[in-house]
Design a protein around this ligand. Sequence first.
Ligand code: TYD
Length: 206
Amino acid sequence: MSGLFITMEGGDGAGKSTQIENIKKYYEARGYECICTREPGGTPVGEMLRNVLLDAANTDMDDVTEMMIFAASRSQHVRELIKPALAEGKIVICDRFKDSSVAYQGVGRGLGDIVEMVNDVAVEGLVPDITFWMDLDPETGRARVEKNGEPDRMESEKLDFHSRVYEGYRGLQEKYPERIKRIDATKSIEEIKEDIYAELDKLTDR
Ligand code: TYD
């Protein structure tokens, strides 16, 4: 039996981690084994690449270099962890995946279609069964991030970058409405959980 691949997307500060825990609880209560993982990272090689990507000292990183390192982390993740876990029938819940690269590098950095091409090599045909987009306006997201101490290299980007990323997600959701479910991230944690559980119920019935 093949498992389920669930991804969480959204701008910084949208509250993804809390809801990842809730999704895990949903499936564990039903007897499934879950793996929670993240990008960039998720494997030893990927975590090293993550440090390079997020280190605020790397101010001179080129945009294409950045896109390729995110894709390299993803390629390792897909082959070493995600695909084998799915083949064993596990539920894999991933904090960010290819949609992040399309929104941040494709639209945010303005690299366009090459992001899709490079990432298609990285993901080897793997598409999430369902993706939750935590929809939060960039100003509010930023205010939440600022309360959490030192920003990383991506968080330090100006508001107009984050506004483009937001538009990137909006475009993705319009393009793939069946897969990408918009979640109103201004609601309370409990309400968001209920919205997500309703979608998971539908997915199980499918
Ligand atoms: P992280 O600390 O995981 O942020 P968050 O808690 O918001 O998920 O850092 C990941 C950062 O990297 C985040 O700002 C989004 C960015 N990112 C990309 O630009 N492209 C990508 O492909 C991925 C996976 C993340």
